[in-house]
Design a protein around this ligand. Structure first.
Ligand code: UT7
Length: 319
């Protein structure tokens, strides 16, 4: 039987840190409002010339080094992003070239803040089907490019960054089980409702969100999908060592842990430092907790995505 193991993690954050006080000088907001409502204290913002592929390449190099895997050993590269460098080619193809390799499959996945979990499940499926022996899965975003910096209800919530994992086929289970879902009837509660057509932007190039609607659905589906996933694995919620939900709002994270009866200490939180980095948030948080020694070999980690589409999903991983 072939399984998929995570053999290395990496991440990258742009150097420029923007605090809540910095934002309060630009829009009518305050550190107190942002911290109380979201838990966010700061975010990293890419320089104007830094793109998703730039961040992805740095995160990938760190993950490949941690795994001891060369780029030329990869069979597939998948990038989860809603802020690609171009309409096409895919960000994954740009990353492949920048890693100095060619020939392996490379494509992007668009599932917004669930993108990394979607991409991880796809890569796991390719490996278990014998289509790939190793894979690089990346979440990379420059959400700062699609924010209306005059809209205080959205611009304070997001940041830029990238996270990556290297996967390998193994005879021991790593990814124990997963579930993916979507509900397209909720498309308009979180969207960038625009496109490029005839040389112009049609619609809006900025993120729009019904925050309260997103909040309610997120708490409900993160609870449901964790239960579904452990059940698929023949395990219980007690078997989870670490919970890494998509990092959107500390209130959503804490509500999810509470509903799942997991102690706060088993929840990995990075939203305070990174804000919401969409598809990058889960692999960024995973890499941080692996590198600071909290997540260790043998630990079971529940990774959860939720976001635009509406999309959601989870994967239970034994490290
Ligand atoms: O990746 C997934 C995507 N996003 C999420 O998961 C986000 C989910 N939603 C949330 O996290 C929360 O709903 C928000 C943080 C977006 C908003 O928190 P809330 O407690 O639901 O606040 P609210 O939308 O009910 O707004 C309360 C008030 C409003 O003023 P009035 O109408 O009560 O006078 C807003 O205008 O807060 C005001 N407000 C702000 N005030 C200061 C909204 N944004 C700000 C701001 N600073 N940045």
């Amino acid at each position: 039987m072939t399984y998929t193991r995570i053999v290395g993690t990496g991440s990258f954050l742009p150097a420029n840190v923007v605090t809540n006080d910095d934002l309060a000088r630009r829009v009518d907001t305050s550190d107190e409002w942002i911290v109380t409502r979201t838990g966010i204290k700061q975010r990293h913002i890419a320089d104007p010339e830094q793109t998703s592929s730039d961040l992805a390449v740095e995160a990938s190099k760190a993950a490949l080094a941690a795994a001891g895997v060369g780029a030329d050993e990869l069979d597939v590269i998948i990038v989860a992003t809603s802020t690609p460098d171009f309409v096409f080619p895919s960000t994954a193809c740009l990353v492949q070239a920048r890693l100095g390799t060619k020939g392996c499959a490379a494509f992007d996945v668009q599932a917004v803040c669930s993108g990394f979990v979607y991409a991880l499940v796809l890569a796991d499926s390719l490996i278990r089907a014998g289509q790939a022996g190793s894979a690089l899965v990346i979440g990379s975003e420059v959400f700062s490019r699609i924010l209306d910096w005059n809209d205080r209800s959205t611009c304070v919530l997001f940041g830029d960054g990238a996270g990556a994992v290297v996967l390998r086929a193994d005879s021991r289970p790593g990814i124990l089980g997963s579930m993916l879902h979507a509900d397209g009837s909720q498309a308009e509660i979180l969207a960038v409702p625009g496109n490029v057509s005839g040389g112009s932007i049609i619609g809006s190039p900025f993120l729009r969100m019904d925050g309260q609607a997103v909040f309610k659905i997120a708490v409900k589906v993160l609870d449901e999908v964790a239960r579904e996933t452990v059940a698929r694995c023949g395990l219980s919620l007690d078997d989870i060592d670490w919970l890494i939900p998509h990092q959107a709002n500390v209130r959503i994270l804490e509500a999810t842990a509470k509903r799942l009866k997991l102690p706060r200490e088993r929840l990995i939180v990075t939203v305070d430092r990174h804000a919401n980095t969409s598809a990058a948030s889960v692999p960024l948080a995973l890499d941080l907790a692996v590198r600071d020694g909290r997540i260790r070999p043998g630990h079971r980690v529940m990774l959860q995505g939720v976001g635009g589409g509406f999309t959601w999903g989870a994967a239970l991983v034994e490290m």
